[in-house]
Design a protein around this ligand. Structure first.
Ligand SMILES: *Cc1c(COP(=O)(O)O)cnc(C)c1O
Length: 372
C-alpha cells in the first residue's frame, strides 16, 4: 500500500486496515441518504495516517475532506485530485490567505474577523473564493455567535466575493441520542440559516449520522466512526475495527511470590509469576493512566498489566501462558481489544487512544483480524 514500514526492529507494529476504513465509510454513506459523506482526516486521520487514508477514501468516491490545520491541508493537496474539496476547520488566520488560495484549500470561516479577511483576499484576487461558514449553536468554541449571525444578516456585503459552499455547525453531544441539546442545536441552526443566503448545510459528525432525521444534511462530516470508534456508545459497535497493535515480548522473567514489578512497586506477585516485558510505553502514546489497569491479549486471552506503564516498556502477568517467549508479541489493540475498550480502562475516549498512537511503531497497512 501507500506506506509500509512494518517490523521496525524491536518496535511494536501498528497495522491499519484501509479496507475496513473504506467499508466503514460506505456504511456511513448508506446511513446518510440526505447527502454525501465527507472524511474528517485531522490529526493525521486520528493517528492512522492521512496520507494513506485520504487517497483510499477518494478512490472509494469521497469528494470532501476536512482537516484542522493548514499544514495538514497542504500535505494532502498533492495527494488528492483537484475536484476533491479540502476544507480546513480552524479557519483563515492573518497572513495565511495566499497559501489557502495557491493550494486551493477551502477555509471554514469561524467568526466575522475571518470572514472579513477572506472577503478582502477575494477582493485583492479580483475573484470569488470558496469557503464554508461555521455557525456556533452550542459549543461556544468556534463558529459565528448568534450576535454575529444577526450582524451578517444585516450586512450581506460582508459576504462579497465569497463563494459559500456550505453552512455548518457541530453537535455538542450527538453520541447521547436522547440529549435534548441535539434538537435544540438543529433548531438554532435552522434559525441561523433562515437569516443567511441559501446554501447547502453540513451537520452530522459520526454520532450525528446515527440521529436519523435530526442529523440529516447535505454533507456529513464523520471522523471517529471511519476509524472504527463506536458512534453509539452503550449499543454494539456497528463498524469495523481498523487497527491492531502488536508489541514484541523482549523478555519473560520468573519472579517469586512477594516480589514487586515496576516503578514504586505498585504490583506484587501473589504467587510465583511469569512477567513479560514488551516494547511499548507512554512515550509511544500508551497512556500512563493504564498503569495497573491495562490489558493485553496473548493468543486470544487477556493478560493483566503488572505495575506501572514505563516510558518504553510495559509488563504483563503471563503466569498462565508458560509458552510465551521472546520473539512472540502481545496484542495491545485490535478487534479483541478495541480502542474504545482501552479508553474505558484509561478513563478517556477512543479518540485520545487513537490520536496518541506513537511515532516509533512500525506501521503496516493490511487486514486486521483477531489473533487465534
Ligand atoms: C472533529 C470534527 C468532526 C468529526 O467528529 P467525529 O466525532 O470524529 O465524527 C466533525 N466536525 C467538526 C467541526 C470537527 O471538529
Amino acid at each position: 500500500m501507500t506506506r509500509t514500514e512494518a517490523s521496525r526492529h524491536g518496535a511494536a507494529t501498528l497495522t491499519i486496515d484501509l479496507d475496513a476504513i473504506a467499508a466503514n465509510w460506505h456504511d456511513l454513506r448508506a446511513r446518510h441518504p440526505s447527502g454525501p459523506v465527507a472524511a474528517v482526516l485531522k490529526a493525521d486521520a486520528y493517528g492512522l495516517g492521512a496520507a494513506a487514508v485520504a487517497p483510499r477514501l477518494v478512490a472509494e468516491g469521497c469528494r470532501h475532506v476536512f482537516v484542522a490545520h493548514l499544514s495538514e491541508a497542504l500535505a494532502l493537496r498533492p495527494l488528492l485530485p483537484d475536484d476533491v474539496m479540502i476544507a480546513e476547520l480552524n479557519g483563515v488566520t492573518g497572513g495565511s490567505e495566499g497559501e489557502f488560495i495557491r493550494a486551493r484549500i477551502v477555509p471554514v470561516l469561524n467568526d466575522l474577523g475571518q470572514l472579513a479577511r477572506w472577503r478582502d483576499a477575494a477582493r485583492a484576487a479580483g475573484g470569488r473564493l470558496p469557503a464554508l461558514l461555521h455557525i456556533d449553536t452550542g459549543m461556544s468554541r468556534l463558529g459565528l455567535s448568534p450576535a454575529e449571525v444577526t450582524q451578517l444578516a444585516n450586512d450581506r456585503a460582508l459576504l462579497d466575493g465569497i463563494d459559500l459552499r456550505y453552512v455548518m455547525t457541530h453537535f455538542v453531544s450527538s453520541e447521547v441520542a436522547d440529549d435534548p441539546l441535539n434538537a435544540g442545536q438543529v433548531a438554532r441552526f435552522a434559525a441561523a440559516r433562515a437569516m443567511l443566503p441559501e446554501v447547502p448545510a453540513s451537520l452530522a459528525n459520526s454520532s450525528g449520522i446515527f440521529l436519523g432525521a435530526l442529523g440529516a444534511s447535505d454533507l456529513a462530516r464523520p471522523g471517529a466512526a471511519l476509524y472504527g470508534l463506536n458512534p453509539t456508545p452503550g449499543a454494539p459497535n456497528p463498524l469495523r475495527c481498523t487497527v491492531a497493535l502488536d508489541a514484541p515480548v523482549l523478555q519473560v522473567r520468573e519472579i517469586g511470590a512477594g516480589e514487586s514489578v515496576g516503578y514504586n512497586a505498585t504490583w506484587r506477585a501473589a504467587r510465583p509469576s511469569l512477567i513479560a516485558t514488551v516494547a511499548a510505553g507512554y512515550a509511544d502514546g500508551y497512556l500512563r493512566a493504564l498503569s495497573g489497569r491495562g490489558v493485553a491479549y496473548a493468543r486470544g486471552r487477556p493478560v493483566p498489566m503488572a505495575g506501572r506503564v514505563s516510558m518504553d516498556l510495559l509488563t504483563f502477568d503471563v503466569t498462565d501462558h508458560p509458552d510465551l517467549a521472546p520473539g512472540r508479541t502481545l496484542r495491545l489493540l485490535g478487534p479483541e481489544l478495541p480502542p474504545d475498550a482501552v479508553a474505558e480502562l484509561a478513563g478517556t475516549n477512543g479518540y485520545e487512544v487513537l490520536t496518541s498512537l506513537g511515532a516509533r511503531y512500525g506501521r503496516a497497512y493490511g487486514p486486521v483480524r483477531p489473533l487465534a
